[in-house]
Every structure is written in C-alpha cells, then in structure tokens.
Design a protein around this ligand. Structure first.
Ligand code: GEK
Length: 245
C-alpha cells in the first residue's frame, strides 16, 4: 500500500470532545495499519475475496469495489482476474482515500483497467457487473439505506453475478455478543492498542458503524432478490458472505 502509510496512533491520547469517526486525511494516512490491527483476519478475507472474484468474473464485464478505501480489495481482485475485457470500478466518497487508492493502483501493474471514482455509493449507477464487493462498507451506510442499495446492486448484476459482502456482526444472544466482542478487543490489545485507544475508537464509531446480525443480512439480501446467500468466513464478530444473483 502507500509508502506514506504510518502507525495508527489516532486515539492514543485523550480526546475532548471525541468526534464521530470519519474517513478523513488522518485516517487515510494510517489506514493499512489501522484496519490490519482492528479487523480480525482482514488480510485473509481480502485475499480470499480476490480469489472468489476471480472465479466469478465474466468476460467483458465490470467488477465494482464499493467503499474501496486505499484499494486493497480492488488489487486483490485485479490480481485474480483472468477473463478478457474486464474493468474494475472502485468507488469511495472520501477524497483522501480516493487519492491514496489512485496511487496504489498506479503502482500496481496487473493488466485489468481500474477507474477510481470519488462518489457516494448510495447514488452511483451500477451496470453489467459480474462481481460487486463491499468489503466492510455496508456497515457505514445508514440502516434504512441498506436495502435500496442492495436492490440497485442486484439490478446491476449480470445473470450469475455475485455480491461479496464482508461486515462486522452483532448477535442477538447477549452471551454470544459479549464473548465475540471480548475476543475482538483481545485481538486489538494483542495488536498493541491500549485500553484508551480501544475505548475511544469504540465511542467514535458508535453512531457511524452500525452492525447487523447475520440473520438480518440474510433476510435483507433475500428481500433484495439474491437467490443464494452463503457465509464463507467468520473471525470473531466479523464475517464474509457470498450472495449470488
Ligand atoms: C478495504 N473496502 O480495504 N459512499 C462511498 N464510500 C463510502 C460510503 C458511501 N456512502 N460510506 C463509507 N464509505 C476497504 C475497506 S472501509 C472499512 C472499507 C473500515 C467508505 C469510507 O470512506 C471508507 O473508505 C470505506 O467505505 C469503509 O477492503 O474502515 O472498517
């Protein structure tokens, strides 16, 4: 990723007032370190997502990466595409992320062309897609906007097309929720985050990242018209799903 990427110390000292989390320049500058130390198995999920995308990429189709950040999922897909005439459209509404993503794509020499677009995924057009990926992005879209977005994704998919969705989960069973959340915090501690960093980041994300249950994802994907929904990975309270048109 970008050579300018630094260690995430954004929440290392006390912050008054604590602002809601935003994907600004400061976050973009530390993002590879932040996501690797915060999302269990992020590297594995992203790498495997590229493999799955390679299996479902259709000749002369588009692959969309919605909420692309610095382009990790785009690069994982790009390296696995063997079909002719594919094009990746990577979209994010954070200018700082888009700038970093463009640098990372330019530094990569896989042949599939990539358009990096600064836009809101809630109102951008999707068409002729064999693969759409949302790698930890849907959780940042407000709950009432999730089904309309999934319907537009479903409408933009070709027959046989797929949505690759990875998300943080919540659990209705309080013991399961407490256990998996506790293990997630243990993961962050093991990666060098202090109690202050963990608690401030948690508070900053409270109104911004709203996780759903696996059952809610399943029901909504069905309501959006997906015929098969297959969870293929779970690490603590994070999961990846394959939804087939
Ligand atoms: C990865 N997929 O590394 N429109 C466009 N972008 C959005 C919107 C929106 N409405 N809402 C949020 N984003 C990446 C990681 S990060 C996940 C994805 C995380 C963007 C936001 O700017 C950010 O870059 C990304 O979605 C979420 O594989 O930080 O946990």
């Amino acid at each position: 990723m970008t050579s300018s990427s630094r260690k995430d110390t954004l929440y290392a000292s006390p912050q008054y007032p604590l602002a809601d989390f935003a994907f600004d320049e400061r976050v973009a500058g530390v993002f590879p370190d932040m996501i690797r130390r915060s999302v269990p198995a992020y590297g594995s999920v992203t790498g495997l997502l590229g493999l799955v995308a390679g299996e479902y990429a259709q000749p002369h189709s588009r692959l969309y990466d919605l909420g692309c950040s610095l382009g990790a999922a785009t690069l994982a897909m790009r390296r696995r595409i063997t079909q002719p005439g594919c094009r990746i459209i990577a979209i994010d509404n954070s200018p700082a992320m888009v700038e970093g993503c463009r640098e990372n794509i330019a530094a990569d020499n896989a042949p599939t062309p990539v358009d990096v677009v600064c836009a809101d995924i809630r109102d951008c057009a999707l068409e002729g897609a064999s693969v759409v990926t949302m790698n930890f992005t849907l959780q940042f879209v407000t709950p009432e906007e999730r089904l309309p977005l999934l319907r537009r994704i479903r409408a933009g998919l070709l027959p046989g097309g797929v949505l690759l969705l990875a998300e943080k989960l919540r659990f209705t069973d309080t013991a399961e929720q407490a256990t998996l959340e506790g293990l997630h915090f243990a993961f962050k501690r093991a990666n060098g985050y202090s109690e202050l960093e963990i608690s401030q980041k948690r508070a900053a994300l409270e109104r911004v990242l709203l996780p759903d249950t696996l059952e809610a994802h399943r029901a909504r994907l069905q309501a959006a018209g997906f015929s098969q929904i297959i969870p293929w990975f779970q690490a603590f309270n994070f999961a990846a799903l394959l939804a087939i048109r």
